[in-house]
Ligand binder design. Structure first.
Ligand SMILES: CC(C)(COP(=O)(O)OP(=O)(O)OC[C@H]1O[C@@H](n2cnc3c(N)ncnc32)[C@H](O)[C@@H]1OP(=O)(O)O)[C@@H](O)C(=O)NCCC(=O)NCCS
Length: 146
């Protein structure tokens, strides 16, 4: 990360990390569905440790679950001090990506077959985040109507 990525405190700006996560998530989603995608939402973004200028940032993205036209992608961000090669976890993000057809309309994506214990855990947790997000939306709409 360079000085152009820094905020006024001299640390890497969270927005720069978010952009990198968004790009990594889009690539993972495109590789899963073979179509163009858009970001429909960021379900969660945590910053667990600040990133310093001069560190190497790696974003690892996996499709955790696929529904009708949308997919949840989890992104793990790690910062490495290139001199010591010490790595640490700095952020996690969960994004919902939607596949689009040539008319820019949401289009079906292939099912995701979770095989390993980790893949099944990620799928379960993605289902929980989606259910919570939809339930929250319902509750907010109910309160608005009340
Ligand atoms: C995302 C978008 C395509 C959804 O369009 P829509 O008309 O609401 O489409 P639908 O109601 O058919 O929903 C399509 C899917 O998107 C999901 N979706 C829609 N809004 C969402 C949101 N805010 N968060 C998460 N998922 C969402 C729906 O759950 C649905 O998923 P499913 O088919 O797997 O069940 C549309 O809102 C859009 O184009 N948004 C702008 C995207 C953008 O510009 N992103 C930034 C740059 S990439």
């Amino acid at each position: 990360m360079g000085i152009e990525d820094a905020n006024l405190a001299g640390l890497v700006h969270g927005g720069v990390v978010m952009k990198m996560c968004d790009e990594a998530a889009a690539i993972a989603a495109i590789r899963h569905c073979g179509k163009r995608v858009v970001t429909a939402g960021v379900d969660r973004m945590t910053f667990v440790d600040p990133v310093n200028v001069g560190e190497l940032l790696t974003c690892s993205a996996t499709v955790n679950a696929a529904w009708r036209t949308s997919m949840e992608v989890g992104v793990r961000v790690e910062a490495e001090n290139p001199r010591t090669r010490e790595r640490r976890h700095t952020s996690t993000a969960y994004m919902t990506m939607v596949a689009l057809d040539d008319e820019a309309k949401p289009t079906a994506v292939p099912a995701l077959i979770a095989e390993t214990e980790t893949e099944m855990r990620r799928q379960r947790e993605a289902e929980l985040r989606r259910a919570n997000r939809l339930a929250e939306r319902e509750q907010i709409l109910e309160h608005r109507d009340a």
